[in-house]
Write a new protein. Structure first.
Length: 184
């Protein structure tokens, strides 16, 4: 005598399989070390045209750190990378910006940022940016004003901190061991 086999109706069987697969698919969409990097290129000038409404999230920092009457968004770029891998962005005027998130510790994303003009590094800096924070780089002349680069980074899987931080630096020639490369 064998025990009777339990029959699972097909609908319930499919539901059980989906319950097992869905969490795995959700986890596969955003790897735990994924970092979303955002680059906004902003033209700052004294043309009395105000601040572009698309810059509302950083308008106060722009006006506190820089003394221009106009801030206009030239480009917005986003890319996903992982800790230890760089991502490259083309800036207005042809310069290349490499951003390499390295670690996350205490809600801070440590990263290396290098700006290139051709193959020559124009600026290199290591920084720690609050998760979901913004780092502003201003300095070189562009069109009728100055180009300001807003670098934002977020690790979606990391806990949210209630602190905010904005930093400012100006480009200077620093030797760097990186050369321009395509996105990984």
């Amino acid at each position: 005598m064998y025990p009777k086999a339990m029959v699972i109706p097909p609908v319930l069987g499919l539901g059980a399989v989906m319950l097992l697969i869905l969490p795995a698919l959700a986890a596969a969409q955003i790897p735990p070390n994924a970092v979303e990097v955002r680059i906004d290129s902003v033209l700052a000038a004294d043309t009395n045209q105000g601040t572009d409404e698309r810059l509302q999230a950083i308008s106060r920092q722009l006006s506190d750190l820089f003394r221009y009457t106009t801030y206009r968004l030239l480009s917005h770029q986003e890319s996903r990378t992982h800790l230890g891998e760089h991502v490259a962005f083309t800036l207005p005027g042809g310069r290349i910006l490499h951003v390499e998130p390295r670690t996350l510790e205490h809600h801070m994303i440590a990263m290396e940022v290098i700006m290139f003009e051709g193959e020559r590094p124009m600026m290199a800096t290591d920084l720690k940016l609050m998760n979901r924070g913004v780092f502003l780089v201003g300095g070189h002349r562009y069109e009728d004003g100055m180009l300001i680069i807003s670098i934002g980074a977020e690790m979606p899987e990391a806990p949210v901190s209630t602190e905010t931080a904005v930093h400012k630096t100006t480009p200077a020639a620093h030797p760097a061991s990186a050369t321009p490369a395509d996105n990984r």
